[in-house]
Design a protein around this ligand. Structure first.
Ligand SMILES: Cc1cc2nc3c(=O)[nH]c(=O)nc-3n(C[C@H](O)[C@H](O)[C@H](O)COP(=O)(O)OP(=O)(O)OC[C@H]3O[C@@H](n4cnc5c(N)ncnc54)[C@H](O)[C@@H]3O)c2cc1C
Length: 498
């Protein structure tokens, strides 16, 4: 029997659906037919504006001209997230995409910095991070250099709806067929348990061999038709509601996202070239919708352009993200709050993972097993990184924050925090998109301090240690001379498009 996949049907035309359609078509060419079904009546979730640097790999692979992409999606540059009031009210720190200092011999930079601090060094670890310096001065330029000291890793803030349209144009041009219509029934084969076809409200029937469920939080195929259980992580991450509201463009767009903690939840502020994206993430047991709206609207730095829109969710993931002939991508596969802007990345990595083990010769259990193990590990490491921000807080006397501080956390996270406290060392999980520098910044920013530095640093004479740190600090400042204001960069760069 020939079980090869001849037709892929993508359900949904949000960011997940169009990213999947565009990339699958780009890689698989005409070896399979691709049809995407979406319903304008249902619409898309329409939020999701901050990204992390691997989005550049996706865009480059798709062959985007970066200048055109920035223009088409009203994008700005993102160098970091500024976390305000997370450790205690009134303090802030950055999680940048850069890295403080540089590796010095056997030991990581933080050990040298910790010893220097004991010797009286005044500078914070971020003073040795070029991304941080750019954020402080609101400057940016693309620096092409083989020297890691001068690198400025970046991502984007963009309008996700415009990004979807941009991808749709490309995908349709490459041969993806789009069908508009409401799916009223999902036909499941009683013997195999596979999805056989989709029935649209107007009577059309769409058959396929492999279905990619990009239907959003409802999970039309994976949850509703195939009944794959959902693993609920609300005991770790209790937020279950978000309010989103656009506001007028702020005078100067900042090259970073702002995440502002409130007494029960947090607020995001994302600068685009035509408007700001804002929202509030909270748990409805601690904050009513009206209270959340009042905090959100009271903390905008420009005029609201609409009424806040509510989105409800349950943090967690489907226990299998590939079941039978259905692969769930995007919000249908799980939800993690947007604290570290990871959902669009999860879409990207899910499609890449599917392409790695694409069932050209039919669906085999080994492919599904690999896919499901890998996606589980990826979701869990991101979940743990998000929990870290909440758990190690010092906002004592506030019910929500006290609960987050006292809760039991996943064992791997507890171990990571303890190891850092004991040794100053950050250990990496293979599937963790966030590497040492990210964990280091959030742990230090949230007030987790190691007991000591690694003793190997004692081999360096004090004066030599301080002098080498000063050299690194100065080197990190150097590229700033080639930089311009963030808005000025965007204007000049996008207008160089011919
Ligand atoms: C409050 C909030 C803030 C976020 N912020 C960020 C962020 O900063 N960064 C980030 O990376 N991510 C963020 N995300 C996540 C991001 O928005 C999503 O990952 C992304 O938009 C993908 O959504 P989706 O395509 O899976 O689902 P959706 O956008 O909901 O699309 C679902 C699609 O399925 C179709 N559909 C559903 N049912 C049917 C049916 N019966 N018939 C036909 N079609 C159907 C719909 O028409 C639609 O086209 C955020 C999410 C939320 C909720």
């Amino acid at each position: 029997m020939n079980n090869s996949i001849k037709k892929v049907v993508i359900v949904g035309g949000g960011t997940a659906g169009w990213m999947a359609a565009a990339l699958l078509k780009k890689v698989l060419l005409n070896t399979v037919d691709i049809e995407l079904v979406e319903s304008e009546e249902i619409g898309i979730v329409g939020v999701g504006e901050a990204t992390i640097p691997p989005i550049q790999i996706f865009n480059q692979y798709m062959g985007f001209d970066e200048r055109e992409f920035l223009k088409e999606t009203n994008a700005t540059i993102k160098l970091a997230i500024k976390f305000e009031n997370w450790r205690v009210q009134g303090e802030s720190y950055y999680h940048t995409f850069g890295a403080p200092g540089t590796q010095l011999g056997f030991t990581s930079f933080q050990h040298h910095w910790l010893k220097a601090k004991q010797l009286g060094l005044a500078q914070s670890v971020w003073d040795f991070d070029l991304n941080y310096l750019c954020c402080q001065q609101e400057k940016f330029n693309i620096i092409k250099t083989p020297n890691p000291l001068y690198e400025v890793p970046y991502a984007y803030h963009f309008d996700a709806t415009l990004y979807g349209r941009y991808l749709r144009k490309l995908a349709e041009k490459a041969g993806v067929v789009r069908s508009e219509g409401m799916i009223s029934h999902v036909q499941v084969n009683e013997i195999t348990g596979d999805v056989q076809s989709l029935l649209l409200r107007d009577g059309r029937q769409i058959h396929g061999d492999l279905f990619v469920d990009c239907s959003g939080i409802r999970g039309l195929l994976i949850k509703q038709a195939l009944q794959v259980p959902y693993e609920n992580w609300s005991h770790y991450l209790p937020a279950n509601s978000a309010l989103a509201v656009p506001s007028e463009r702020h005078a100067d767009t900042k090259p970073y996202t702002r995440s502002i903690a409130h007494h029960a939840g947090w607020q995001w502020r994302i600068p685009l070239t035509h408007r700001n994206g804002n929202g509030m993430v909270y748990n409805s047991d601690f904050l009513s919708d009206d209270e959340a709206a009042s905090i959100l609207l009271g903390n905008l730095d420009s005029k609201a352009l609409a009424e806040p829109r509510k989105i409800s969710f349950t943090t967690g993931r489907t226990t299998q993200q590939w079941h039978k002939n259905v692969v769930a991508v995007g919000l249908s596969s799980g939800f993690l709050e947007p604290l570290e802007s990871t959902s669009i990345h999860l879409i990207q990595s899910a499609i890449v993972r599917l392409l790695k083990v694409f069932p050209h010769h039919g669906i085999d259990a080994s492919l599904q097993q690999y896919y499901n193990q890998d996606s589980k590990a990826e979701f869990e490491t991101i979940r743990d990184f998000i929990i870290l921000h909440y758990h190690v807080n010092e906002r004592r006397g506030e019910k929500f924050w006290d609960q987050m501080r006292h809760m039991a956390v996943p064992e791997r996270l507890a171990q990571k925090i303890q190891l850092f406290k004991q040794t100053g060392h950050v250990f990496n999980d293979a599937n963790d998109i966030f590497r040492d520098a990210s964990w280091l910044q959030v742990m230090l920013g949230q007030g987790v301090m190691p007991l000591d530095f690694h003793p190997s640093v004692n081999a360096i004479p004090d004066a030599a240690l301080l002098s080498s740190l000063e050299q690194i600090r100065q080197a990190k400042w150097q590229p700033l001379t080639q930089m311009t204001g963030h808005d000025d960069f965007l204007r000049r760069y996008t207008s160089s498009l011919t």
